[in-house]
Design a protein around this ligand. Structure first.
Ligand SMILES: Cc1ncc(COP(=O)(O)O)c(C=O)c1O
Length: 415
């Protein structure tokens, strides 16, 4: 008789993991109050301004500019930091596509470096090897809420006169050597899209300690206006990237709820990582005491098929889902440099300056291959979702028990 549920045996678990988003009547009341106030735009109300101040304070940054989403936050952060047409921006290939499209949309050129196999964040050695006379910026991603090696990245940037834009889309409350994400580089972009640990369905924010960058980012997000200018006077080529009061109101509630959630995710992650360190064929990322707070948007595991009878990661995932553990997935299945749009240089009209002689020729991304990034996408990475980490100890134990069960009966994994 089969033991594994995927082969016809009994599933290990029947109950679902905690859902996401987490909300209650506080969000409802906050939205209702905005609706009833009639002040739906940030120019009239106090919610967006309040959230900007509160989130910047939480991240210990001087200035916060709320915008429509994380992609826009990165695009405006890049522009405000002086990155523009034909400038090369070094970034990891193991990230959401928006890290690269934010650069492409302003006519800058993404250059991909590899990631560190033990942290899944930008590898400083690979980054250094990518620097050319055209490099203007480094765009490290605090992937899954784990800060990149900002000591090495900032030292490299300083040596070469580069600006550093943090992709902190997943890094609310994260810190490196006691300093919060968003204050480690020159400017940063965060996301509040629906999957994120703080969310209003959509939303983003730019954080910076640099007053000039902050002022320009705010102007860019508000149609090029200036604080002391006329409403219909526009001083730079900006757009309307403002967030609404409805979003601001929800985000303020979500931020108030966040610190205990973060602590719970961190406690469950520590427990799960410890338990899984004893399971063969599954490793966690490196513990690094310089990561003083990991936001655990994603808890990463590395899967080694040899320990599971040669079963592919996808087969393992089918098996664990069949056990009733809908807690994991494979994450990014393509490095950004293998995305069809980049391979085909299918940039539409978004970056016409790229084709007007400012930059000699776009890189041929089909020639880019980085071993660690490719392996993470193709076979190795497993992502545990952040909502799972809001569960009870029993939930963590069930994950470990399911992995252990699949390994014990891995002969049943034959496809
Ligand atoms: C690493 C990373 N960068 C950028 C973004 C873009 O954020 P948004 O979806 O809010 O535009 C996201 C989120 O989707 C992300 O995870």
């Amino acid at each position: 008789m089969a033991h594994l549920a995927v082969a016809g045996g009994q599933p290990l678990r029947q109950t679902p993991f905690p859902p996401w988003p987490v909300w209650d009547q506080e969000e409802v009341a906050a939205v209702r109050a905005v609706v009833e106030s009639g002040r739906w735009g940030a120019q009239q109300g106090t919610e967006v301004r309040g959230f900007e101040a509160e989130f910047a304070a939480y991240q210990e940054a001087a200035d916060g500019i709320a915008v429509t989403n994380g992609t826009v936050a990165l695009k405006l952060a890049l522009t405000a930091a002086g990155v523009g047409v034909g400038d090369e921006v070094i970034m990891p290939g193991y990230t959401f596509v928006a890290t690269a499209t934010a650069a492409l949309e302003i006519g800058a050129v993404p250059v991909f470096a590899d990631i560190d196999p033990d942290t899944y964040t930008l590898d400083p050695v690979s980054t250094a090897a990518c620097i050319t006379p055209r490099t203007r910026a480094i765009l490290p991603v605090h992937l899954g809420g784990r800060p990149a090696d900002m000591d090495a990245i900032m030292a490299l940037a300083q040596r070469h006169g580069l600006v550093v834009i943090e992709d902190a889309a997943q890094a609310w409350g994260a810190s490196w050597q006691g300093r919060k994400a968003g204050t480690l580089g020159h400017v940063a972009g965060f996301s509040f899209q629906s999957s994120k640990n703080i969310t209003a369905g959509e939303g983003g924010i730019i954080l910076t300690n640099d007053a000039a960058i902050g002022a320009l980012a705010r102007s860019l997000s508000n149609c090029g206006r200036q604080p002391d200018g006329l409403w219909y006077a526009h001083y730079v080529l900006g757009g309307n990237y403002r967030l609404s009061e409805l979003h601001g109101a929800i985000l303020r509630v979500q931020l108030r709820r966040y610190p205990p959630q973060l602590a719970r995710r961190q406690a469950n992650a520590a427990y799960l990582e410890q338990a899984l360190s004893e399971v063969a064929g599954m490793t966690t990322l490196r513990q690094d005491e310089r990561v003083t707070s990991n936001a655990y948007h994603i808890l990463f595991l590395r899967y080694y098929r040899e320990a599971f009878g040669g079963a592919s990661r996808e087969r393992f995932l089918a098996a664990i889902r069949a056990e009733g553990i809908d807690a994991m997935h494979a994450g990014y299945s393509l490095p950004v440099y293998r995305q069809p749009a980049l391979r085909a240089k299918n940039f539409g009209l978004a970056t016409p300056p790229l084709f007007s002689g400012v930059y000699p020729e776009m890189p041929d991304y089909s020639q880019v291959a980085w071993p660690v990034t490719d392996r993470a996408c193709d076979a190795e990475a497993l992502w545990v979702r952040h909502n799972v980490l809001l569960g009870e100890r029993q939930d963590m134990d069930d994950i470990v028990a399911a992995i252990d069960k699949i390994q014990r009966y891995s002969d049943e994994l034959q496809e």
